[in-house]
Design a protein. Sequence first.
Length: 329
Amino acid sequence: MTQEVKRLRSVVTGVGSALPRRCVTNRELEGQVDTSDEWIVQRTGITQRYIAGEGETTSSLGAAAARAAMAKAGCAPEDIDLIICATSTPDLTFPSVATMIQAELGVLGGVAFDVQAVCAGFVFAVATADKFLTSGSHKRALIIGAETFSRIMDWQDRTTCVLFGDGAGALVLEAREGEGTNADRGVLSSKLRSDGRYKSKLYVDGGPSTTQTAGHLRMEGKEVFRFAVGHVTDVMTDAFSEAGLTVEDLDWFVPHQANQRIIDASAQKLGIAPAKVVKTVQWHGNTSAASIPLALSVACEDGRIKPGDLVMIEAIGGGFAWGAALIRW
Ligand code: ACO
């Protein structure tokens, strides 16, 4: 008699997103810094981004995205026992954005905390939640990526300010029993990496313990580009291998939306067909930890990602920190 090995899986039951009211086109930026729509489109693929206005914060955008995801999942505040928010642009140094969202949503039980892995934050948050849910300690999690990078931009620096935008996205992940095979719905594998030697390539030049200010983003764009394309495929290959799947099995590749050229080069390196790549960088710019859940939300809303599809999420950001997760939707 063969023994059945059931195991808990973290299954996606809802996706939601939120954007600031104000959309800023490349043309509008031409009036603020020495740049052009042509340069931005050719180098990055970005045509517009959303910028938070008065009253719009990381927690308000995150709460709106979380509400939308909970509505899709059909769950109430009392059903949530874990909230993880990935962000590098918190409303305040503390408390965490996750606890602010917890209060805003009226979630009274469970635990809420932030993870900070810059643009890779959402992948880190999904991997972390998966450990909680598959251990059996928690039942239903809200995973949020929310950012207001416009507030740490040096708006005089044309090499960075044209690249970023604000927004938020969220998933509801629920612990469900699976069969223990890679046909199960849920997170099938995740791989995270970091290497702190690269701090100077992408960082913020301020913080409570040094300047007592929030600081501004500084980046050596070419170095980041080189590292991203060079290293990020490693975690994806490892995630496929752990799940016993290959790139041939993939339905959708949903990478961090930093730059169209990084996305295209990474997909090409792995042999992923362009038609399987979800791209939203043209509409949102780089929204750091929010970019993947925003892209997931778009591709679920327009009917591309369906239950049962195999989805790879992947990101690299400051640290450097990078990771990938393979999810059966
Ligand atoms: N408008 C017009 N010209 C500009 C702008 C601008 N906004 N920014 C830079 N330039 C100029 C430069 O000054 C330079 O001029 P020069 O030749 O007279 O000196 C010229 O354009 C070329 O600049 P490069 O930096 O060499 O341009 P490059 O082709 O490398 O593109 C870019 C820059 C888009 C930042 C690219 O390096 C890149 O995509 N890097 C990846 C960085 C990234 O996406 N980071 C996101 C955060 S990390 C993450 O999410 C993974």
